[in-house]
Design a binder for this molecule. Structure first.
Ligand code: ATP
Ligand code: MG
Length: 383
C-alpha cells in the first residue's frame, strides 16, 4: 500500500474528487455520443483525400481511472492510403494498441473514451464515417466486415469452448445473413486453405487448444479476412511466435493483401518487421506521433531523437561487434505527462525549449515529418 510520502499516494479526499470528476465527465461524453448517434449528419463527413481508407485527425483517447486521467493517445494524426501498409512502432505503453482500438471503437467505455479529433473511415463516394461519433449499431456493421483486427494475444482471442469452424462461420453469418449454411461452411474452408492450413477439414472440427500458436494465428487471420475488409489492423501479429513462423505469417499477410487489395496497419515494437513491408512508418512516443515517413526516411534520415535512440538500440550488420546503446531512463508516466516534449526527460540533446513547449510537427520533406525542436534549431543554423 502506498504511504503518505509516496509520490503515488492519493488521499481519500483527492480520490473522491477524481471519482466525481470522472463520473461527471464520462456522463457528459456518453450523452454527447447518444445525441450524435441519432443524427447521421453528425457522424457522416467527407474524406480529406478519397485515396485514403482511414484518416486519423488529432485523435485523443483518454482513460478516466480512479487515480487520474491516462492520456493514452494524445493528438495522433496520420493517414492510411488504400492498399498501403502503415507500420506503427514505439515502446510498450506508447499508445499503439489504444490507437487501433479507437479505430475499432473497442475501448472499455465509459472509462476509455475518444474525447477529441476525428477518425474518418472511407465508405465510398468521398463520404466518410466519423468513427469517434458513430453509433454502436453502425460500428457493428463495419467492424469485422470492412475493418478487421488481429489482436495482440491470439491465445485469448479465440473462444476455447467453440470449434474453429464455428468461430469462423460466426463472422460470415453475422455480416452475410443471405448466405446459406453450406455456403458459409464452404467459404470458411476456403479461408482456412487461403491462410495455409493444409488439413482444413480436420482443423474445422478442432478446438483452439488442439492447434499450435502459428496455426491459431492463421485462424485469426482467416477470421479477420473472411469478409474481405478494406483495412486490416494487425496488432503485434507475430510477437507470440518463433522467428520462422513470424516470417511465414508476415509473408502470408502480404500475399493476402495483394490478393484482396486491402490496406494494413501493422502495430509492432520490432523495427525489423516493418522495415521490409511498410510504405509509411509512424513512430509513437508517450501517446503522440513523434515522427512519420517512409522506411528510408526513418531508417536513413531519422529526425527525432527518440527514433535515433531506437535505431541505435537494434543490432545491424554495421554494429555487429559493438555494444548496443539502449535508450536511457524509463518510459514516462502516462498519468503525468511532461509539459514540453514527452521524450525530453530521456533525451541527451534536450534544450530549454523542450522542457517548456510541446514540439510542433515540422515538414522535413513531402513524405517525412518530425516533432522535435532539434529540427527547428538545425533549420535556423542552416544545417
Ligand atoms: N483500460 C485501460 N485503463 C487504463 N489505462 C489503460 C488502459 N488500456 C491502456 N491503458 C494505458 O494506455 C497506455 C497505452 O497503452 P497501449 O496498450 O496502447 O500500449 P502499447 O503501445 O500497445 O504497448 P504494448 O507494446 O505493450 O502493447 C498505457 O500507458 C496503458 O497503461
Ligand atoms: Mg499493444
Amino acid at each position: 500500500m502506498s504511504k503518505k510520502h509516496d509520490s503515488d499516494y492519493i488521499s481519500a479526499k483527492k480520490s473522491r474528487q477524481i471519482s466525481r470528476f470522472n463520473r461527471k465527465l464520462t456522463k457528459k461524453l456518453e450523452k454527447e455520443r447518444n445525441d450524435a448517434s441519432k443524427d447521421p449528419a453528425l457522424y457522416t463527413t467527407t474524406m480529406k483525400d478519397p485515396g485514403n481508407v482511414v484518416e486519423f485527425d488529432n485523435v485523443c483517447t483518454y482513460f478516466f481511472t480512479d487515480i487520474g486521467t491516462v492520456k493514452a493517445v494524445d493528438g495522433v494524426t496520420f493517414n492510411v492510403p488504400k492498399r498501403a501498409t502503415v507500420g506503427v512502432v514505439g515502446e510498450s505503453g506508447c499508445g499503439k494498441s489504444v490507437t487501433s482500438l479507437s479505430l475499432m471503437q473497442l475501448l472499455q467505455r465509459p472509462t476509455g473514451q475518444t474525447v477529441g479529433g476525428e477518425i474518418r473511415f472511407n465508405i465510398g463516394d468521398g463520404k466518410a464515417l466519423n468513427i469517434v461519433k458513430a453509433p454502436t449499431a453502425k460500428m457493428q456493421e463495419i467492424r469485422g466486415n470492412r475493418v478487421s483486427m488481429i489482436f495482440q494475444e491470439p491465445m485469448t482471442s479465440l473462444n476455447p469452448v467453440f470449434r474453429i469452424g464455428q468461430q469462423v462461420n460466426e463472422v460470415l453469418e453475422l455480416h452475410h445473413p443471405e448466405m446459406s449454411e453450406e455456403e458459409v461452411k464452404a467459404r470458411t474452408l476456403e479461408m482456412l486453405e487461403l491462410v495455409g492450413i493444409a488439413n482444413k477439414e480436420g482443423v474445422y472440427n478442432m478446438y483452439p487448444h488442439e492447434l499450435s500458436g502459428g496455426m491459431r494465428q492463421r485462424v485469426m487471420i482467416a477470421m479477420a479476412l473472411a469478409c474481405e475488409p478494406d483495412i486490416l489492423i494487425a496488432d503485434e501479429p507475430t510477437t507470440a511466435l518463433d522467428v520462422t513462423i513470424q516470417a511465414q505469417i508476415l509473408e502470408l499477410m502480404q500475399d493476402l493483401q495483394k490478393k484482396l487489395g486491402m490496406a494494413i496497419i501493422i502495430v509492432t515494437h520490432d523495427l525489423g518487421v516493418i522495415a521490409s513491408m511498410c510504405d509509411e512508418i509512424i513512430v509513437m512516443y508517450g501517446g503522440r506521433v513523434c515522427e512519420r515517413g517512409t522506411a528510408d526516411d526513418i531508417f536513413y534520415r531519422p529526425a527525432h531523437e527518440y527514433t535515433k535512440g531506437l535505431l541505435r538500440s537494434i543490432p545491424s550488420t554495421q554494429n555487429m561487434n559493438e555494444r548496443l546503446i539502449p535508450i536511457g531512463g524509463t518510459p514516462i508516466n502516462m498519468l503525468d505527462l511532461p509539459k514540453g516534449c514527452a521524450f525530453c526527460p530521456r533525451c541527451d540533446s534536450a534544450m530549454k525549449i523542450c522542457l517548456r513547449e510541446q514540439p510542433v510537427e515540422m515538414e522535413i520533406s513531402d513524405t517525412h515529418h518530425a516533432s522535435c525542436w532539434m529540427n527547428v534549431k538545425n533549420a535556423k543554423e542552416g544545417k
